[in-house]
Design a protein around this ligand. Sequence first.
Ligand SMILES: Nc1ncnc2c1ncn2[C@@H]1O[C@H](COP(=O)(O)OP(=O)(O)OP(=O)(O)O)[C@@H](O)[C@H]1O
Ligand SMILES: [Mg+2]
Length: 491
Amino acid sequence: MLLEMKAISKSFPGVRALSDVDLALDRGEVLGIVGENGAGKSTLMKVLAGGIRADAGQMKLDGEAFAPRRPRDALDAGIVVIHQELSLVPDRSIAENLYLGNLPAKFGVIDRRALDRYAATLLAKVGLKVSPRRLVRRLGIAQQQLVEIARALSREAKLIVMDEPTATLTTAEQRTLFATVAELKAAGVGIIFISHHLEEVFEICDRVTVMRDGHVVETRPTGKWSEPDLIRAMVNRPIESMFPPRNVKIGETLLEISHLTSAGRFADMSFQVRAGEVVGIGGLIGAGRTEVLKAIYGALPSSGEIRIAGRPVHTATPRQAISAGIALVPEDRKGEGLIMPFSVGRNVALSILSRISALGIFLRFRRMEAVAMNAVGAMRIRTPGVDVAVSHLSGGNQQKVVLGRALSTEPRVFLLDEPTRGIDVGAKVEIYRLIGDLAGRGGAVLVVSSDMVELLGLCDRILVMRTGRLAGSLDRSEFNQERVMELAALT
Ligand SMILES: Nc1ncnc2c1ncn2[C@@H]1O[C@H](COP(=O)(O)OP(=O)(O)OP(=O)(O)O)[C@@H](O)[C@H]1O
Ligand SMILES: [Mg+2]
């Protein structure tokens, strides 16, 4: 055995995050771990990586007792974790990030060009086509994720943990990553793969462990799990169909975009979204999808025209966009979505704060709490209370807070960037239902998603972007995975 974890337990104030967890991993094996948001997956990996000390339990690595006191100890032992929350230094270049904490002592005298060349080979391995000199700050979230993976590859690891590595990747990058996993496996590296995309888990894992409420429910060889079994073990309650049919009357054009252009990012985007309609935007990473949403929201400079219900609106700033009835759920929840030290309640209430502050402090507090409680209930946010700091929630639950906040503003135009990134199957159903309700009440919904199943299942129409332009628009009656990919990839 490469790794054995025995009877690991860990509590945080108000939560038993891990109880008596056993886990084993062989060399050259890929072990999947699945479970709902807050089940304890990341906490278990942090114990393994020396980021958190367990309250109880033992570990063995290569048959010897292993008790890392800090992340450095785990790294030195050959354990590399690609964390769910990205940990790159934004103001350094890609190449520098690749070597950070990993540099040969005499960095000063090292040939920069040689470093760049080596960095370029690593980037090629993960399919990222940008210069190693580029600052990480200038990369999209999915590109940053690829840099994290490249950095893990640069270290001589015997065990690699990937905590939701594919959450933001599109099909093409996902293929590249899986080829890399196969290579590592062949070289005898043990891999722990955490994902909410069950089809991926079925594809690359040898065994799958299900966690729930801090316990291991069961581990089986992948072939012995069926998807319904796996979901049942994860959520412990019946799940309705993923995409309930919507019987919505599609109304008049609500959002109308004409010749929207943001220099160097995308150009000449013209399209409409009608009341009651859910329109998806597909395309490869870097096609400009996120930028279009940001421009509509006033978070990026742009030219062109935006009309809502026929009236031109001016959205030079997000504040103007919000008062025009536009809400955005951003892709980067850590950077733009949440204020980490603030409580769940304050984060949920954040964007309605200005609207309700006129009612006075007391009312504001009561209202905030009510809104927060509502969101926590409706979205099954797993938290000991609304007054807990958002930084203490699991990754998926943080994402739900961002969504809950946007929903609480009751917008007419709803812009969603990767709304279910990192969200478990059970909660996805809730979110799809909420999106359907928004459209059902006459809202216009525009969704950027790299999850093909989601795009096809959720949307009435799919716009496909390719290198900053609209490559095509497909109606529900004519779209399928191949057509979307075709439009996205043609050059
Ligand atoms: N630093 C912390 N302080 C307090 N509670 C924490 C802390 N870290 C995690 N928790 C809690 O421990 C539980 C398990 O969280 P964990 O991050 O391990 O979940 P997860 O299975 O990785 O979920 P996800 O799928 O959302 O990433 C959650 O209830 C979470 O709120
Ligand atoms: Mg996690």
